[in-house]
Write a protein that binds this ligand. Structure first.
Ligand code: NAD
Ligand code: ZN
Ligand code: ZN
Length: 344
């Protein structure tokens, strides 16, 4: 089967031909219908050999959807022909976090060598994807796989981050979204669907800000050294209750810290390497700083329910599997509008 792999540290992803996997006991083989392209893959491909926590080659793609092709012994909850989305942050299924559906925070995944597809285990940008357990599958129940597949990460991750801050997102409050790409443009829609907050979106080009407004941002601001001052001006000098940073680079984290108000939340989702000092006096009183990772299984079900209700719609650019390396190039250059989705 065809698969898109990261083969060697520092090289571009390539299309290769590898054997089609066979499901073992408890496993499910999916014929992939759609796979999303996330900026985290670009972060992974920028790491040195020492930083990389898993061996290469790696089949990329941690957002996957497909049709059940074959099931291993003991699988009961899904059957051949079912259309499903894949919950990506696999855990042990047994520890206290996993028992609560928070496999993204599994306490034993490292020790047991359990890794998400596309981030250590073979990923979804391939004709077939082997899923370790039926519990990682959520029925699509009529949702379109192409528009839905980004919700497994670009939807689930902002949903989880926003849910944590819901008590602060009352009517009259302000939420700032920094970076309106794959995650950010879904985050804006989730904020509009889940809260009455005013949404101010930041990005580096007018084109990206146009998408932000199209998907529901009330106001947009170019992300530069003057952005925090503008946000303060727009909030009566107080700042925003919640700042979600989907870039996480040193300048955006600085903007986040300078635009949050007393008792607000700063949530750093992006992997841009920025850090925020939190000692007494470094930030307004009682600001919480969080750095969440992905979301829980139950939250993925909730996000798909929101999509079914028509509350979120991902903007997708589609590519065939042979064009996947080009999609990564365009993402790296900041040229994707919304999310790139590969149709293997
Ligand atoms: P993306 O490339 O689709 O979107 C990033 C957006 O940020 C683009 O629109 C880009 O123009 C904008 N941007 C770049 N520099 C900026 C700046 N200085 N100020 C404002 N905007 C800027 O990326 P994505 O797939 O949405 O991922 C976003 C980030 O989130 C990445 O760092 C990714 O690795 C990370 N991520 C984290 C998690 C998690 O669980 N914490 C999950 C998924 C992705
Ligand atoms: Zn991702
Ligand atoms: Zn666990």
């Amino acid at each position: 089967m065809k698969a898109v792999q990261y083969v060697e540290v520092g090289s571009a992803p390539v299309v290769v031909d590898i054997p089609k996997p066979t499901p073992g006991p408890g496993q499910v083989l999916l014929k992939v219908t759609a796979a999303g392209v996330c900026h985290s893959d670009i972060a992974v491909m920028s790491w040195t050999a020492e930083q990389l926590p898993f061996p290469l080659p790696l089949t990329l793609g941690h957002e996957g959807a497909g049709i059940v092709a074959e099931v291993g012994d003991g699988v009961r909850a899904v059957k051949a022909g079912d259309a499903v989305a894949v919950y990506g942050p696999w855990g042990c299924g047994m520890c206290l976090e996993c028992a609560q559906g928070k496999e993204n925070y599994c306490l034993r995944a490292d020790e047991l060598g359990i890794r998400p597809p596309g981030l250590g285990a073979p990923g979804a940008i391939a004709e077939y994807l082997l899923v370790d357990h039926e519990r990682h599958l959520v029925p699509l129940d009529g949702l379109d796989p192409v528009e839905t597949v980004p919700l497994t990460d670009a939807g689930l991750t902002p949903y989880h981050a926003i849910k944590k801050s819901l008590p602060k997102l009352l009517p009259g409050s302000t939420a700032v979204v920094i970076g309106t790409g794959g995650l950010g443009h879904v985050g804006i829609q989730l904020l509009r669907a889940m809260t009455a907050a005013r949404v101010i979106a930041l990005d580096v080009t007018e084109d990206k800000l146009a998408l932000a407004r199209e998907v529901g941002a009330h106001d947009t601001v170019i992300s530069d050294a003057g952005a925090a001052k503008k946000i303060k001006d727009m909030t009566g000098g107080l700042g925003a209750e919640v700042v979600l940073d989907f870039v996480g680079a040193p300048p955006t984290v600085a903007t986040a810290g300078a635009s949050v108000r007393v008792e607000g939340d700063v949530t750093i989702v992006g992997l841009g390497g920025g850090t925020l000092a939190v000692g007494f006096g470094a930030l307004p009183y009682e600001v919480s700083v969080m750095s969440p990772y992905w979301g829980s299984r139950s939250e993925l079900i909730e996000v798909l329910d929101l999509a079914r209700a028509g509350s979120v719609k991902v903007h997708v650019e589609t590519y065939g599997i042979d064009e996947a390396p080009k999609a990564y190039e365009r993402l790296h250059e900041g040229k994707i509008r919304g999310r790139a989705v590969i149709l293997p």
